[in-house]
Design a protein around this ligand. Structure first.
Ligand code: SAM
Length: 187
């Protein structure tokens, strides 16, 4: 079922890349357990790439970070920042409604990050179906929502949709205190 879409304005993207954010969301603690050199990973709803650039460092020059957003201003800023850091060859940015096509990445993704985005997506079921399609068997998703902004009940409803797509909730504990879960694709 589609719900109304409330996309965060593009200029708010600057607050997400504030360096002080690492004290709340430490990318190494949150991502390092899931990402290895050479992996193909997905940052869906990447905004200006707070996590994407760390993911690029973690996968290295042999890996790929597929970054998807619905706002081109977010992706333009991400691309500029990736270029400055020398990650242009590792980052593949895709705009929803233009060059983002989940079937092109079928069974290719080792790890997907859905961080503070699912509540903004009108058709969550389609999103989880698409992520399931893109993941390799045994691939993982870190699904996290902002506590205070998303109610625990709504987070549970989103998880039910993920299970509907075929995901299993893993026993792995994410390095986040609330509203976070690791999902795996059945092998
Ligand atoms: C709250 S921000 C979170 C950004 C990022 N994940 C982070 O933690 O820094 C949500 C992002 O999701 C994007 N977004 C919203 N709806 C989307 C959709 N249907 N598909 C892809 N991206 C979407 C927004 O443009 C925005 O950049």
């Amino acid at each position: 079922m589609e719900t109304q879409q409330h996309i965060c304005p593009w200029w708010l993207g600057y607050t997400f890349i504030n360096p002080l954010r690492k004290y709340q969301h430490n990318p190494d603690k949150i991502l390092a357990p899931h990402i290895k050199p050479g992996m193909q990973v997905l940052d869906y709803g990447c905004a200006m790439g707070y996590f994407s650039l760390h993911m690029a460092r973690m996968v290295g020059s042999e890996g790929k970070v597929h970054c998807v957003d619905i706002q081109d201003k977010m992706l333009n800023n991400l691309e500029r920042r990736a270029h400055k850091k020398g990650y242009s060859d590792v980052i593949n940015s895709m705009l929803v409604g233009e060059d983002y096509a989940p079937e092109n990445l079928k069974n290719q993704i080792d790890f997907a990050l859905l961080f503070a985005v699912v509540h903004e997506v009108p058709n969550q079921q389609k999103l989880f179906n698409d992520v399931y399609t893109m993941l390799k068997p045994d691939g993982k998703v870190l699904f996290a929502e902002p506590p205070g902004h998303v109610k625990p009940g709504d987070f549970e409803i989103s998880i039910a949709k993920a299970l509907n797509s075929g995901f299993i909730v893993s026993n792995e504990k994410p390095a986040l205190k609330k509203l976070a879960v690791v999902l795996t694709k059945r092998a």
